[in-house]
Design a protein around this ligand. Structure first.
Ligand code: UN1
Length: 499
């Protein structure tokens, strides 16, 4: 049975129109799942216009009422968790457990956003003028574009869109061209919530399907004040100037090159589990994937031996099958990138364990790779690059200051972690001169963040923050107001201006 007929009922369940001209393939076995139609530039333009219209009425709906729509959507997600989680697995190849986890992440951000819809706090500020009140109010910003990547095809949209919706913004979503079906399924669930809600403006949240040109069109369009983009650093480098040129706001979540420092006092059993989940989970295709491991010399042999034993028997295979821990890479380009990196690692003095294609007989049109563990003599130029594949570079250290410097000596700054039971080491890692990343964890790995915290990172990761904490502020415009309730008109700074 071909996978397309195996999963036809998923397409039907979400009412996905499969009759376009662009093929969508499952990375599980390469067969065609559906065909979708891309939006041309004129269609994208019309959708932006519709989003601008939707914004005009949505911004006047009280925020707690906007939260009610998000609450209803959260209920649709709960009801559809299994089916959507399965579609995530089928379309992007992550294991079912993680596909369902991704939908859970959407549900979590819905709950967060519902609570937020009764907050969106401003400030009152002391005025220097008598009889004056100063305050700060957060207003809806406008249509928000969300450009998302294949590896988290639905959750990352939800982090952005749920905040944007309660903030009073409309949303235009350009999913990765590799994963349009999950986006269409989410849209179907969203429309069910809209139908129950009753009074949402049409085009409140829309999808545009397209490639790079479509993303660039969104970036250029001044009707979209906020563009949130997740993907490679190269993508961000191309997109951000287009947004900046028209003074839009870009929220960027780009490459990561996340590390872990393992100290002599670390609980190695916990470190081992954290390393495995973070390095080989999602087949190394998370922006938070662990890519650099710095192990103290005194525990290096022991830990690396244990890891090597695990790497030798990792369950690689069909991500829909129970027991599989590592599914396929998204496509051939992903696999080729991994091969190239491993060849270079060997040239730069690395000892490579693992790597290479597996299951090619069973899945000639899919790209399963054995995760690789690479002992590097030092942090070479290659190690400073992000290769979006399951490659873990292992290096040893003896001096804490030196390893901290090495840790920070890469262009990316997303996530980081330390395993230690030494309070000083932990605190130094978290201090101003410690990890320079947006996320810094102690005794857990760098991936698998909860939605309650702000998510994002520094340097080439792009500086954006999404999801929890006060990330919502990026989806609103700030207004400072001073009100005079007297019969005088004193000027600030005591300026006399008598006319
Ligand atoms: C991503 O890979 O783009 O922290 C997002 C994590 C997930 C999100 C990853 N919650 O690993």
């Amino acid at each position: 049975m071909s996978i397309s007929s195996r999963h036809a009922e998923l397409m039907t369940a979400f009412g996905i129109d499969v009759r376009g001209d662009r093929s969508v393939h499952s990375p599980i076995d390469g067969t065609e799942l559906a065909r979708v139609a891309f939006d041309d530039a004129a269609a994208v333009d019309r959708k932006i216009g519709a989003a601008a219209d939707a914004f005009k009425s949505w911004r006047t709906v009280p925020a707690p009422r906007r939260g009610e729509l998000v609450r209803l959507f959260g209920e649709e997600l709960r009801a559809g968790k299994d089916a959507l989680g399965r579609l995530v697995t089928v379309e992007c190849g992550k294991i079912l457990e993680e596909g369902r986890g991704e939908v859970q992440e959407m549900i979590d951000i819905c709950d967060f956003a519902v609570g937020l819809s009764r907050q969106l706090y401003g400030l009152t500020i002391a005025s220097e003028r008598p009889g004056h009140r100063m305050m700060e109010t957060w207003h809806p910003a406008g249509p928000v574009a969300v450009i998302s990547a294949f590896n988290f095809p639905v959750a990352v949209w939800a982090w952005n869109a749920m905040l944007a919706l309660v903030c009073g913004d409309s949303v235009i979503w350009k999913p990765s061209e590799k994963t349009p079906l999950t986006a269409l399924a989410v849209q179907a669930l969203f429309e069910r919530a809209v139908a129950k809600f009753g009074a949402a403006p049409p085009a409140l949240s829309q999808i545009v399907l397209g490639d790079r040109a479509c993303g660039e069109q969104l970036a250029r369009d001044a009707r979209i004040p906020v563009v949130s983009a997740t993907g490679s650093t190269a993508m961000g480098r191309a997109l951000a100037p287009a947004v900046a040129k028209r003074f839009g706001r870009a929220i960027l979540e780009l490459g990561g090159n996340n590390a872990m420092i393992v100290c002599p006092s670390a609980r190695l059993d916990l470190a081992e589990r954290a390393i495995l989940f973070a390095a080989v989970g999602t087949a190394g295709q998370r922006c938070t994937t662990l890519r650099r491991l710095f192990v103290h010399e005194s525990v290096a042999e022991k830990l690396v031996d244990r890891l090597t034993a695990h790497y030798a028997r990792l369950a690689i295979g069909d991500p829909l099958e129970k027991g599989t821990l590592i599914g396929p890479l998204i496509d051939r380009a992903g696999f080729d990138g991994m091969e190239r990196a491993l060849a270079r690692a060997a040239e730069e003095g690395g000892r490579v364990f693992g790597g290479g294609r597996v299951l090619a007989d069973r899945y000639p049109d899919a790209w399963y790779a054995r995760p690789a563990l690479v002992r590097m003599p030092r942090q070479t130029a290659l190690v400073c690059e992000e290769t979006f594949a399951p490659i873990l570079y292992v290096m040893t250290w003896t001096d804490f200051d030196a390893v901290l410097a090495e840790h920070n000596a890469v262009p990316q700054g997303l996530s980081s972690s330390i395993f230690t039971r030494d309070l000083e080491e932990a605190e130094r890692f978290l201090a101003a001169a410690g990890s320079d990343c947006g996320i810094a964890n102690v005794n857990i790995g760098p991936s698998g963040a909860e939605i309650g915290g702000a998510f994002g990172g520094e340097k080439e990761t792009g500086g954006g923050r999404e999801s929890g904490s006060d990330a919502w502020k990026a989806y609103m415009r700030r207004q400072t107001t001073t009100v005079n309730y007297t019969n005088e008109l004193p000027l600030a700074q005591g300026i006399a201006f008598d006319v």
